[in-house]
Ligand binder design. Structure first.
Ligand code: NDP
Ligand code: 8X3
Length: 252
């Protein structure tokens, strides 16, 4: 029987690349995000290309009731998720703390911490019942160090780091693996969203060096989730060759 992976934030970037990679590995997928059209296109393309089953759910991870309603609406044969990939997340703004925009802070905290918790709380009880499952959390280099003006985004990713460790401890008796994947700079929609649509500013982030592609991270996710059952990749930090820390780059 094919395994089931649920990927939050599959409409673009790392989540979309992970969906493509895991479909290629033969997983049936539950893909989620807020953009129905992107979900529909991905569903059709993966089903056609790889012959796997795809279930698409359009909801906002920040709304607990919507998370519960949508995941609760899954037909019985989709309810036992083998791999949960908590990927949906974002940075908004890059301001020093004293000029931070409170609404930006709320969006990051609500998505990156609370959204991840809501989805986890809804999916994991059945993993516990089955004494089997794998959670993959998208952390970041920003969860390993703080960088200038990154304050709240870095705090949310430090929270993901702590939650990954906490989940691993709590779920150990139930045979559930927890992996944290921490990328450096990956060229996706991430910076366009951080800079609120300013494409030029976003492009500058990735100029003068070769950033990671979403597919590079998808490969790492696939490596972690297809490891033998007794092997858990706990934590991986993946950087472009030209990046030494959150903000130190060697640019040509
Ligand atoms: P993208 O902006 O390309 O993708 C983000 C995904 O998250 C989209 O599919 C988006 O879907 C989804 N999402 C955002 N907010 C919500 C929400 N409220 N409810 C549901 N889905 C949501 O960025 P990346 O692929 O780069 O980011 C993926 C993860 O990787 C994030 O957690 C990010 O913090 C992390 N990361 C990214 C790095 C980078 O350099 N790019 C580096 C390190 C970590 P939709 O808009 O349809 O809702
Ligand atoms: C995204 C990468 O360096 O902008 O988490 O924090 S960074």
């Amino acid at each position: 029987m094919k395994k089931i992976a649920l990927i939050t934030g599959a409409t673009s970037g790392i989540g979309k690349a992970a969906a493509e990679r895991l479909a290629k590995e033969g997983y049936n997928l539950i893909i989620t995000g807020r953009r129905q059209r992107e979900l529909d296109e991905l569903q059709t393309s993966l089903q056609t290309q790889y012959g796997v089953d795809i279930w698409a759910l359009c909801f906002d991870v920040r709304r607990y009731e919507d998370v519960v309603d949508n995941l609760g609406s899954l037909p019985e044969r989709w309810k036992d998720v083998d791999v949960l990939i908590n990927n949906a997340g974002l940075a908004v703004g890059l301001n020093p703390i004293h000029t931070g925009v409170v609404d930006d802070w709320e969006r990051m905290i609500d998505t990156n911490i609370k959204g991840l918790l809501y989805v986890t709380r809804t999916i994991v009880p059945r993993m516990v019942e089955r004494r089997s499952g794998h959670i993959v959390n998208l952390g970041s280099i920003a969860g390993k160090e703080a960088y200038l003006n990154g304050n709240v985004y870095c705090a949310t990713k430090h929270a993901v780091d702590a939650l990954s460790k906490g989940m691993r401890l709590d779920l150990l008796p139930y045979g559930i693996k927890v992996t944290q994947i921490c990328p450096g700079a990956v060229e996706t929609e991430f910076s366009v969203i951080r800079f609120k649509g300013d494409k030029n500013r976003a492009d500058q982030v990735y100029s003068g060096f070769a950033p990671l592609a979403a597919e590079d991270i998808a490969d790492v996710i696939a490596f972690a989730v297809t490891a033998p059952d007794h092997v858990n990749i706990q934590d991986m930090l993946i950087m472009p060759k030209a990046q030494a820390s959150g903000t130190i780059f060697h640019k040509e």
